[in-house]
Structures are given as structure tokens and as C-alpha cells.
Design a protein around this ligand. Structure first.
Ligand SMILES: CC(C)(COP(=O)(O)OP(=O)(O)OC[C@H]1O[C@@H](n2cnc3c(N)ncnc32)[C@H](O)[C@@H]1OP(=O)(O)O)[C@@H](O)C(=O)NCCC(=O)NCCS
Length: 196
């Protein structure tokens, strides 16, 4: 990815086996608002407040204008419905780094492997298409399912922000994780061998 390339010119779709990542549009905003309206989801992800109708439009405008972010709605092919959002953010082409996020907003769609499929699509896109070298994520320390999810994708813990997260009046650790292109290539080669 060349320095100065607007991240916002990335592909409109990333197509998986059961899910499709589609660039987020205004028609998705009622879903986003509903997902962020769930207090438990906010506690697990560090989203501070629910969004108002105006707030979600402002948020989306900022996402679209952000040249360092590529943001997608996760469509589940079965039933053709939006189940969450995911993407790359804080993309720094000069350093070949980015952060990543996956949120399965619909509770009934969690724990079914969709998040893992989304994660693999984004990592493949980041390393093979954008030519990035490192992808990072910060995870709320008490969120065991998420820690397991990111480990399953090949992310490794690289440090802990002690008391980096304050929620409901209590401080909690924030776990910093990352995956390098070489980790991803190694994992992908291993999987290909298994499948052969
Ligand atoms: C965390 C999250 C992205 C995982 O996606 P998912 O589609 O539910 O996870 P998958 O079905 O692909 O499961 C991947 C692994 O994570 C575990 N896991 C993660 N979340 C789980 C959940 N809610 N229920 C059951 N298992 C879960 C699974 O056990 C699985 O591990 P295994 O392969 O060793 O069995 C999703 O549950 C989610 O968005 N939750 C709410 C918001 C959130 O916390 N986002 C992450 C912010 S860091």
C-alpha cells in the first residue's frame, strides 16, 4: 500500500464462504445503533455510549471521511441479514500497520464461526492485498471469549495495559495483541497442508 493512498478506495466487498463484508452504508445505521444500544456489548468492547440517530450519522460520516479506516457491514449470506461490523482502522501505510475490529452485533450469530471467517478475510486482505506487516488489537482483559477468538486467528499477546480500561466504576487490564504477516503465512501454510 503506497504512502498517501486513501484507504477509503479499498474494495467494496470481501466475499467469504458464509459471510460477505460490504462497505458500510447509511441503510446499515439503524442496525449499528441497535447493536451499540446493548449495554453488555458496550461493556465488552469499550464503546462508551449508545448512539442517538444524529450521533450514528455523524459517526458514519467520520468513518467514511477517515482515510485510515476501511469499514464493513458483515452480511450473513443465509437469510441475507446484517449481523455485525468489522474493519481495519488506524492504517499507517508508511509503517505497514493497522488495528482491526470485529463485532458480531447480533447475539444469535455469535459462537458459530462467523467472526473467525470475518477475521480471516480481513487478515488475508490486509497482508495479501494491502501489503501490511502487522495488525494489532486491544482486548478488554476479562473478555475471555474475545481473547480466545483472537488467539484462534493467530494473534499473540504482546503486553498488558494495567488498569487501561475503566467500566462500571472498576479498572481492568487491557490486553494488547498482534499478528505479523509471517505468523499469518505460517498459519495459512499449516492449514493448507492439513487440507491437502
Ligand atoms: C468475540 C466475537 C468477535 C467472536 O466472534 P464469533 O463469531 O462469536 O466467534 P467464533 O464462532 O468464530 O468462535 C471463535 C472462537 O472464539 C470462541 N468464542 C468467541 N466468542 C464466543 C461466543 N460469544 N460464544 C461462544 N464462543 C465464542 C469460540 O469458543 C471459538 O473458539 P474455539 O474455536 O476454540 O471453539 C463475537 O462473539 C462478538 O463480536 N462478541 C460481542 C462483541 C465483542 O466482544 N467483540 C470483540 C471485541 S474485541
Amino acid at each position: 500500500m503506497k504512502e498517501g493512498t486513501p484507504a477509503s478506495v479499498g474494495p467494496r466487498f470481501l466475499i467469504g464462504e458464509r459471510v460477505t463484508l460490504r462497505r458500510m452504508e447509511e441503510r446499515d445505521l439503524p442496525h449499528v445503533r441497535r447493536w451499540y444500544g446493548d449495554a453488555e456489548l458496550r461493556r465488552l468492547t469499550g464503546i462508551i455510549e449508545p448512539l442517538t440517530e444524529e450521533g450514528v450519522r455523524e459517526w458514519h460520516a467520520a468513518v467514511v471521511a477517515d482515510r485510515r479506516r476501511l469499514w464493513y457491514t458483515i452480511d450473513l449470506d443465509e437469510g441475507d441479514r446484517a449481523i455485525g461490523e468489522a474493519g481495519l482502522l488506524r492504517i499507517v501505510p508508511a509503517w505497514r500497520t493497522a488495528d482491526m475490529s470485529v463485532i458480531i452485533g447480533e447475539p444469535d450469530a455469535r459462537g458459530k464461526g462467523y467472526g473467525s471467517e470475518v477475521g480471516r478475510l480481513l487478515l488475508d486482505f490486509a497482508f495479501s492485498y494491502l501489503g501490511l506487516h502487522r495488525i494489532a488489537i486491544g482486548v478488554v482483559g476479562f473478555h475471555e471469549e474475545a481473547l480466545r477468538f483472537w488467539r484462534g486467528l493467530g494473534f499473540r499477546q504482546e503486553g498488558v495495559q494495567r488498569d487501561g480500561y475503566l467500566v462500571d466504576g472498576g479498572f481492568h487490564d487491557f490486553v494488547m495483541m498482534s499478528i505479523l504477516e509471517s505468523d499469518w503465512r505460517e498459519l495459512s501454510a499449516g492449514q493448507e497442508k492439513e487440507e491437502a
